[in-house]
Design a protein. Structure first.
Length: 362
């Protein structure tokens, strides 16, 4: 019975324990992904600023980009091996380091920065996939990670390119303008679609979350971000002449709102994952306690059963002690039935004579 109880109970315990451990490991990996993505957000902003500065004739990268590169390098040193980002980040960092050496006209400089920006977006995609954020089972975390890993970096990159393309279209020759104008129009449409996707995902996260702070913080930061994008789009003036002053102001506003929105999304995502880890830790402790209790109760029951068998009385009668009435006369033949009076032994000292025996027989 002990084996019949312990074997299925042990199998059930192992299955529940391993399932809970797998969920804890995947959640911790997602937290690593959010940490890495949080470090990449300032990098994307720095790349956008560097692109605009380069088109204005400033070859040196801005200080914001240098600081962002340093921070991402530190995060990659800790998490890059686990998330498989080491090679991608090394390539991207080398490309950023060559910004000072870029030569050519405005379009060549623009294309060089576009290449680096695409590498940064590819790094976002890699972190999203390797950390498991792309497969999160909770609706709120799933939508938030889509915002922080796809919508925000894509929107910022495309908004920056839209503004820079507007300036390139304005200063280009008629022949080059015919080539750049469709790119500018596609960039405007891309920005609009990215902002819509970002808004939809944030609204879906707010509607399906257990967080008490997510909805309130998202409303103000999202509105600020959308206003920055709209201001930059107005400054780019699709179909007309762009206003560089309006675009510069909108760019600064957009960077501020991006930092605020990225911080809110990353912080709320981390909080939700931390809450899940706390719940899984409690479940882990409960599983362990239940397993120990089942094992202890089973062993106690088995010990009580064995002790009871040792104390049970035997059905066979106990042997009589030596010298008792029951053992006295053992080995002697008893009297034959019906003739007991003939075989009675005489008392000590009264041995019968031959004549007396003959008279008795007669």
């Amino acid at each position: 019975m002990t084996v019949l109880i312990l074997v299925p109970a042990g199998c059930l315990f192992a299955w529940v324990w391993n399932d809970n451990q797998d969920r804890r490991d995947s959640t911790q990996r997602e937290r690593q992904g959010v940490e890495y993505l949080s470090a990449l957000a300032p990098l994307v902003s720095g790349l956008a600023e560097a692109e605009s500065s380069a088109l204005q004739g400033v070859a040196a990268p801005p200080a914001s980009l240098t600081t962002a590169v340093t921070n991402v390098s530190a995060v990659d040193a800790r998490l890059g091996a686990d998330l498989g980002t080491r090679e991608r980040w090394t390539t991207l960092r080398e490309k950023i380091g060559k910004f000072k050496t870029i030569k050519g006209d405005a379009e060549a400089i623009f294309q060089a920065h576009v290449e680096v920006g695409d590498l940064a977006l590819a790094l976002y995609t890699s972190v999203q996939a390797e950390s498991g954020l792309l497969r999160d089972p909770d609706n709120d975390v799933s939508h938030l990670q889509q915002v922080v890993a796809v919508d925000l970096p894509t929107t910022v990159t495309q908004v920056s390119r839209m503004g820079d393309l507007a300036l390139l279209v304005t200063g280009a020759t008629p022949a080059r303008r015919a080539v750049l104008t469709p790119q500018f129009g596609a960039s405007v449409e891309f920005v609009t679609a990215s902002v819509d996707n970002l808004t939809d995902n944030l609204q879906a996260a707010a509607e399906n979350t257990s967080s008490t702070t997510l909805s309130g913080q998202l409303v103000s930061t999202l509105d600020q971000f959308r206003r920055g994008v709209e201001a930059l789009t107005r400054g780019a003036n699709p179909g007309g002449i762009p206003n560089p002053a309006t675009m510069a102001t909108a760019q600064a506003q957009l960077q501020t709102s991006l930092a605020a929105l990225s911080g809110v999304v990353a912080r709320e995502t981390t909080n939700l994952l931390d809450d899940r880890l706390d719940s899984l830790d409690l479940r882990h402790a409960g599983i362990l306690t239940a397993g120990i209790a089942v094992l202890a109760l089973t062993l106690v029951a088995a010990a009580m059963h064995l002790a009871g068998r040792r104390r049970a009385p035997s059905a066979r009668p106990a042997p009589a002690p030596a010298g008792s009435d029951a053992t006295r006369g053992m080995g002697r033949p008893g009297p034959e039935p019906g003739y007991g009076h003939l075989n009675q032994a005489p008392a000590y000292g009264d041995a019968p004579t031959q004549r007396e025996r003959s008279g008795v027989l007669r």
